[in-house]
Design a protein around this ligand. Sequence first.
Ligand SMILES: [Zn+2]
Length: 405
Amino acid sequence: MAPMIAKLKKMVEGFAKPELKALLRSVPKTNAAVKRITGLRRDEMKEKCFELIENGDILSKTVFELYKKRTEQLVLKQFKIGTPHATVEQTLTTESTAVVAEDDKECQEVPIDLSLSLSPLPSCSSADVVASKLDCSVISAGDQIENNFFVGSPFYELRAVISEFTPLQSLMTFTLTPEHAAEFTQAGFEIQVRFCKLNSSGSFNGEDAYPPKLKLKVNGCVVPIVQLYDEMIDLTATPVTLCHINSFRPNRLDVSWNARRGDGIWVISMYLVKMLTTEDLLERMRCKGVRLEKATIGMIKNKIGKKASDSMYIVSVRCPIGKARMSLACRALSCTHVRCFDARTFLESQEKHPFSPLRCPLCCKRVDFDDLRIDEYFQGILEELSPKDGNKIKIHFDGTWLPDN
Ligand SMILES: [Zn+2]
């Protein structure tokens, strides 16, 4: 059996009834094999499709497109999430092909166009959720869209999905839409690609992962592939920023990797992102409101209550990162320790490694930027505590405090 026919049949093997029906309907009605397809069981439809593939009556392009759609839908289903792009009319700017990423030269050399043309960003429900979270963001809330798939960095704001998950190919092309190109030419915008591996059910764990021995070129220029070292999870992949991109002309992406059969499906996706600074994030943090004083006092009561009501709690007001006294006391809502850290110092240190996961500098737990808050109780202490009183305080059961000097 020719390798391409085997590959097409392998893709069709997993198709559900609606996809099989769409495939059969793509065949001209003059073909006797598709005259009666209503009432057929899935297995019967599949057998018919196999026969048509072997006879060359089904276009490989149609199989590839259905396979690509199915892969994307499986991911959405796995996460039980709606897509914010569901109301967006997505059109492939040119004919697109997608194949299983395996070590088959004949298959990998089919060029694929990654360009997805998105109409102006929708005011759909997911966008509204983001807008309410970022009520006074520096960018107009109506333009926010949410990255449903990957664990994101707070330092990169997703502006547009240029290409959804697409099975990896050795040669791909993409052209920015005029809207994306107009944003991309502004300072602070980047095009990023992200790689990950889907398992057989089409799901993945939300983390970037590089295919083995990945090499990438954009328009003939080598793109450095960086691995991030995180002390808690060792080496990990990151989004890859593409350089040497033509804003208004087609771009060529050459990818090589060491694929192994049965190793899952490696996929690539492409995004237009805007870089944010520590100042941007501090502004967003302020807009979220403070963690109320009574919540912190409640936490202190819990801690001291486990000992004796006349006990006192001694806490440092130095930031564990910069060692200087905090000026903007901050905590993650998910943390249970009383002590805080300085918001600006924390974000500035994180900005140097924007793809590193956010970890609380006190307990090392992974935290989400959306869970960071200015602590009203400690902020009040910082305003009252004189520099000559040192950097430690004693806190009583009821939340009253005095310098520990
Ligand atoms: Zn913590």
